[in-house]
Design a protein around this ligand. Structure first.
Ligand code: ZN
Ligand code: ZN
Length: 359
């Protein structure tokens, strides 16, 4: 699997006339090698690839990385002055691509000390490969979704009088580890009452407010892949006002889901949801994009947003998460993950989106 991915990248090196690509983004390194550690670089050459890491990660390299990438011990060695010259002697390095979205200006200046090479900025080469998931990757996301849904149901069971948003966020993070995840894929959002009108509210020490929306936006990281789901439930009671707003969000989500298929642009799907919310008088209350790709990272391409020009293709995984946020009152969001299939889409989530009153 990893050698096939490296070969795809090598073809791109040839097309673009580069001798090697220096990969510094950790999610990209994981995609190309399986390495889950936090310090490494990959130098992918046209015939040979090198895995650059220091003493702390040698044992991890042995268990996670196969022989398609040769270990190069860079403990205490400067990249531009020692590592690159040594590799250049073996495979020749004249033009080297680097990941311009990931390399800081100061890191670039240090790199440039390798005077024998010319550095060429690249963007999105590996991200473009990651956009189309293999069936095996889809299964990993599906597994991350299953455990996310299990934990969500468990956490609803501990919603009682006096519980705070932070209590519930803690339950989510604790249960992630107990259920075998490496962690949450992002810090959970648990927002009750007026807090729920902030799309990225996170959580506070505030107790849940009866008769208001209670938004959970949570995801698990399992086996290297992420899930991401939002459900807005109601604590104690769902007043008619919120029932009506909830119905609009749900209709927007369901209609957008029906529009997800290969060959449509992300912005076209976004528009389906946005038009429904706007027609209901809430256009200005839906200020974010409809969704995003997901996989090794919780936010990846393609985007379902007004700026989403990329055409969807089979194998994409995207979230569909419309919301309506009423300033000073509260907000509703519902989010599931969809797989783009050959002729439409499949909702990988299984939990219903009916109005749910808890506590
Ligand atoms: Zn989310
Ligand atoms: Zn999301």
């Amino acid at each position: 699997m990893y050698s096939a991915r490296l070969n795809t990248l090598r073809q791109r090196l040839e097309t673009e006339g580069l001798d090697a690509l220096l990969v510094t983004s950790l999610p990209n390194i994981y995609y190309l090698s399986g390495f889950t550690g936090s310090t490494a670089m990959l130098l992918v050459g046209r015939t040979q690839s090198f895995f650059l890491t220091d003493f702390r990660y040698h044992e991890q390299y042995k268990t996670e990385v196969d022989d398609s990438c040769e270990l190069f011990d860079n403990t205490g060695k400067e990249l531009a002055k020692v590592v690159l010259p040594a590799i250049a002697e073996r495979i020749g390095l004249n033009t080297i691509g680097f990941e311009s979205d990931n390399v800081t200006y100061s890191a670039f200046e240090k790199l440039s000390a390798f005077a024998a090479g010319r550095f060429v900025p690249t963007a999105g080469w590996i991200e473009d490969m990651r956009i189309r998931k293999t069936p095996e990757e889809v299964e990993r996301v599906r597994a991350a979704i299953r455990v996310n849904e299990t934990i969500f149901n468990e956490v609803l069971g501990v919603v009682v009088d006096g519980v705070t948003e932070a209590d519930l966020a803690a339950e989510i993070e604790y249960r992630a580890l107990k259920h075998g995840c490496s962690g949450v894929s992002f810090s959970p959002i648990v927002a009750s009452g007026v807090n729920s009108c902030r799309p990225h509210a996170r959580f506070s020490q505030q107790q849940l407010v009866p008769g208001t929306p209670l938004t959970f936006d949570m995801g698990m990281k399992l086996d290297g892949y992420c899930s991401d789901m939002t459900r807005t439930v109601f604590f104690k009671d769902c007043p008619p006002r919120w029932e009506q707003v909830y119905g609009i969000v749900r209709e927007a989500k369901d209609s957008a889901a029906a529009a997800i298929r290969p060959g449509v642009q992300g912005r076209e799907v976004d528009k389906v949801a946005r038009d429904i919310i706007t027609a209901a008088g809430h256009g200005e209350h839906f200020g974010h994009g409809l969704g995003h790709g997901i996989g090794i990272e919780v936010h990846e391409a393609p985007r379902l947003a007004t700026v989403g020009e990329r055409m969807l293709e089979a194998g994409n995984l995207v979230t569909n998460e419309p919301g309506i946020y009423l300033p000073g009152e509260g907000g509703i969001r519902i989010e599931d993950i969809f797989l783009v299939t050959d002729n439409g889409s499949e909702n990988l989530n299984t939990l219903p989106t009916d109005i749910q009153v808890v506590g």
